[in-house]
Design a protein. Structure first.
Length: 189
């Protein structure tokens, strides 16, 4: 099987000066805090691209490297927000929130403010991707694709991300970029 991160590199090159690519023990600490291992393709992506904004005509995502020192704070804030939401709607929600078994764990946010998460079931390398607007049954999309497969399908025009209207007029060889910048977690720095 072809290395999936190499497939991503076929569409968008890693930045010349990435941020958050050095481990320095960060990954081991993060995985210890989370009591789980993160998907290998995501860790490899983080080592090459770091944290940043992946842009495609009509959509963008702020992806956090597992080596970002505030990644754990982002996860904790996500859990706090969605647990408060769940309490407000009397637990009438379709998804669990990590650290619950099978809960969702974020790795990015899209330009519309929606979260992109894994559903933490089975092997981390096979975790499906969830695009999340709300926790109700009609507020999210589950893709039975891992991190790399999710973005590769988008790059190839075979998957339209949640919240995008049209996808017909873009050229995947010209309209994909990755910029090493992060805005979401500035309050944690």
């Amino acid at each position: 099987m072809k290395n999936e991160v190499a497939g991503i590199k076929d569409f968008v090159s890693p930045p010349s000066f990435p941020i958050d690519t050095e481990d320095n023990g960060t990954l081991r600490i993060l995985e210890s805090i989370l009591s789980l291992s993160l998907p290998k393709d995501y860790v490899e992506f983080g080592g090459l691209y770091g944290s940043g904004e992946l842009c495609i005509s009509g959509a963008s995502w702020e992806i956090w490297s597992p080596f970002r020192r505030t990644f754990h704070a982002t996860i904790l804030n996500f859990a706090r927000i969605w647990n408060e939401y769940r309490s407000a709607v009397a637990n009438n929600v379709a998804l669990k929130i990590y650290p619950e078994v099978g809960g969702i764990l974020p790795f990015a946010i899209n330009a519309n403010g929606g979260w992109v998460c894994w559903l933490t079931i089975d092997s981390p390398n096979q975790w499906p991707v969830i695009e999340l607007d709300t926790l109700e049954a009609d507020g999210y999309l589950q893709h039975n694709l891992n991190f790399s497969q999710f973005f590769l399908k988008i790059f190839k025009g075979k998957l339209r991300p949640l919240g995008t209207s049209t996808w017909d007029d873009w050229d995947p060889k010209k309209n994909i970029s990755f910029k090493p910048r992060v805005f979401h977690d500035k309050k944690y720095v």
